[in-house]
Design a protein around this ligand. Structure first.
Ligand code: NAD
Length: 324
């Protein structure tokens, strides 16, 4: 990787990934793009940035050509909860956007990365230690998009030789940028609530077990996979990766070790609960470990300690937005 183009760069993952890549490969070598932009964003101010709607193929291709990029990281998407409220738009952005990204990668012979998700699994998937290759019959629009995206990555690798790579991310927890409307957002909101109000009303039931990962581990995983020896990769769609798995009750108990007076109540959101119930409890990451050495640093306690160390730096306005 020498020159990298990122779509959806102002989102939850992109905000941190762009910073990490600019620090590693040089600011001028990481071209951030997003459909909407804010001058207040450090990503926009500090390095190359272009407004790009991934549905605009000609502009997408032109930017890749102008900057002579050799790597494309495609993050622009609608996430699970948003996709479930706007399924037609989700199909358009998630599928047409991914096709455009793959076409740009094919046309320009680019190394290509796009994330899949635990949402690519469904209620008939084995729930515990979900294998790399297993039943994928998701019941959400987001899941349908993610499975189709995985298959497209396989197809572009087999049919056109595009160097496609991907991971199935669990819920990602971070403090830098607010989450984009996923089913696992509660695990971030709960941290803000613990610090600000001391109470949190959880939209998922107490025993809803889901896989999660702290953002620094997710960023390392993307970079490690992109730098991995392609000849050793058997799987081209998306690798299961995993670092922790917990329920709302368990994270609340762990938070009480730090904030003893923290209280949690439950008001289940039926749409979110239905999505969460269709997802695995935990993924088996053996293939990722064997094929490119996936590893992680943070467990639940370490992640919470780091979150609580950094959250006070965030602006109060952003905290308020997160709690809405
Ligand atoms: P996000 O919602 O925080 O950010 C997405 C970004 O894409 C936003 O900045 C948005 O403005 C932009 N965008 C939306 N439509 C666009 C369009 N038409 N053209 C260009 N940009 C557009 O999402 P994220 O959390 O950063 O997720 C990035 C990728 O990772 C997605 O594919 C998502 O499915 C996947 N993923 C995320 C998580 C998670 O917990 N965050 C978990 C699993 C997988």
């Amino acid at each position: 990787m020498k020159k990298i183009l990122i779509t959806g760069a102002l989102g939850q993952i992109g905000s941190e990934l762009t910073r990490a890549l600019r620090a590693k490969y040089g600011v001028e070598n990481v071209i951030a793009t997003n459909d909407v932009a804010s001058d207040r964003s450090a990503i926009v101010r500090e390095g190359p940035f272009e407004v790009l709607d991934v549905l605009d193929y000609q502009r997408f291709l032109a930017i890749a050509e102008d900057y002579q990029v050799d790597t494309l990281i495609h993050l622009a998407a609608l996430l699970s909860a948003v996709a479930e409220t706007k399924p037609q738009l989700a199909w358009k952005v998630n599928m047409e956007g991914t096709m455009n990204a793959l076409e740009v990668a094919r046309e320009r012979d680019l190394l290509f990365f796009t994330p899949s998700s635990i949402g690519a699994f469904g209620p008939s998937t084995p729930k515990d230690l979900t294998p790399q290759v297993t039943i994928q019959r998701p019941t959400t629009m987001y899941g349908v998009n993610k499975v189709a995206g995985e298959l497209l990555c396989d197809y572009y690798y087999e049919r056109f030789g595009v160097d496609t790579r991907g991971v199935r991310f669990p819920g990602l927890i971070s403090y830098l940028a607010p989450p984009g409307g996923g089913t696992t957002d509660y695990a971030i909101e709960i941290c803000y609530a613990a610090m600000d109000a001391g109470t949190y009303e959880c939209p998922l039931s107490a025993d809803t077990r889901l896989d999660m990962m702290y953002m620094p581990d997710a960023i390392h995983a993307i970079i490690d996979l992109l730098e991995a020896d392609g000849s050793k990769l058997v799987h081209r769609n998306a690798f299961n990766i995993s670092s922790m798995s917990f329920t709302p009750e368990e994270i609340a108990a762990e938070i009480r070790q730090i904030y003893p007076s923290f209280e949690m109540t439950y008001k289940v959101n039926p749409m979110l609960q239905k999505i969460a119930d269709s997802w695995p409890n935990s993924l088996d990451a053996t293939c990722a470990k064997e094929e490119w050495g996936f590893s992680y640093h943070y467990g639940l306690r370490g992640m919470l300690e780091d979150m609580f160390a950094h959250l006070p730096e965030r602006q109060p306005a952003k905290r308020t937005k997160m709690l809405m």
